[in-house]
Write a protein that binds this ligand. Structure first.
Ligand code: GLN
Length: 320
């Protein structure tokens, strides 16, 4: 397992390694961009960026790292953190489980016995988690969520209105899940409001640097390495990372844990974040997705970074 002491060694070759990785994979044309809403289908499939932020505040970046895109499912990680702060681990567990599903992210399934959605990283669990965010009305809940994203990114964040509107108009499947959970009393009556907040969180605009910094904040005990602000209470970071580790890459989560071995989360717009605890955060953005909804280039980049620098959490062989 790589430690903070190893950072200096890694850092010396990181920038050139990222540049090599970027040129190696920019010609890879596999995968298709998400097309469930026209706004996402319009994206340029060649956009590609990699960014790493360390817990010491150093940044390494290559490609289109300033390009904005909607955060999509990566938001689930951070909203899970906010729900933990709002309700604590025990209560949250009564509403949303922490079991990987082995099914697609948008599967309409609940745990047979408990009627809970399986985990906060799949859509059903994320909608249930979002429905628990505290606030005296829709505006306050949205503002609390945007403030939370601001603590992680260090700047104001905005919702892309056209993506939000499309998600809302076309989100029949998500709406169906919400109704199923309402039927079992797992979310409250105010289901449309919870769905709106979920669609808004998915439509928050970030760039690849933001992703790396958000991941680095989780790597740094919940403290943003650039601003020094506590983005999430430290005691919840291990809960967040455990769920990312086992459920963050949808039905590829097991193979990911086996091969790459670091907590990660992907989103349908092509982003991936990965967290090396106490060391650094990785952000990758490349829109074409594989059949499980993970960025093709993003997966390749993380696999190679993990191998090259021995990032797998359970790596115990001698360093070369
Ligand atoms: N907005 C998308 C949805 O709810 C997010 C899914 C994703 O990124 N995998 O379906």
């Amino acid at each position: 397992m790589v430690k903070q002491e190893d950072l200096q060694t890694i850092a010396s070759s990181l920038q050139s390694f990222l540049e090599d990785l970027h040129s190696k994979y920019e010609s890879l044309r596999d995968g298709t961009v998400a097309n469930y809403i026209p706004e996402l289908a319009k994206v340029n499939p060649d956009l590609f960026s990699i960014c790493i932020a360390t817990v010491n505040g150093d940044v390494y970046e290559v490609g289109d790292y300033n390009q904005l895109f909607t955060i999509q499912s990566i938001s689930k990680v951070f909203v899970h953190g906010l729900a933990l702060e709002d309700h604590g681990r025990d209560y949250l567990l009564t509403k949303v489980g922490v079991e990987p599903t082995g099914d697609a992210f948008n599967a309409i399934i609940l745990d047979e016995t408990s009627k809970r959605p399986y985990n906060p990283m799949v859509n059903a669990g994320a909608i249930a988690t979002t429905s628990l965010i505290k606030g005296s009305g829709a505006t306050e809940r949205l503002n609390r969520m945007l403030d939370m994203f601001q603590r992680y990114t260090g700047h104001n964040v905005f919702v892309d209105i056209s993506v939000f509107t499309s998600e809302r108009i076309t989100g029949h499947r998500n709406r169906a899940m919400a109704h199923l959970m309402l039927n079992f009393g797992m979310i409250n009556q105010n289901l449309e409001e919870a769905l709106d907040l979920y669609f808004q969180q998915c439509s928050v605009m970030v760039n690849c640097y933001d992703l790396a910094l958000m991941a680095a904040t989780l790597a740094n005990k919940g403290i943003n390495p650039m601003t020094g602000e506590q983005a999430v209470e430290s005691r919840y970071v291990k809960d967040i990372l455990s769920v990312m580790y086992t459920c963050g890459m949808y039905n590829f989560a097991g193979e990911w844990a086996y091969k790459v071995g670091i907590p990660a989360k992907s989103g349908i717009s092509g982003g991936i974040i990965a967290v090396i605890p106490n060391v650094m955060g990785i952000g990758v953005f490349s829109p074409p997705l594989d059949s499980r909804g993970n960025s093709v280039r993003g997966v390749k980049v993380c696999e190679e970074l993990s191998q090259q620098f021995g990032l797998h959490l359970f790596e115990c062989s001698e360093k070369k």
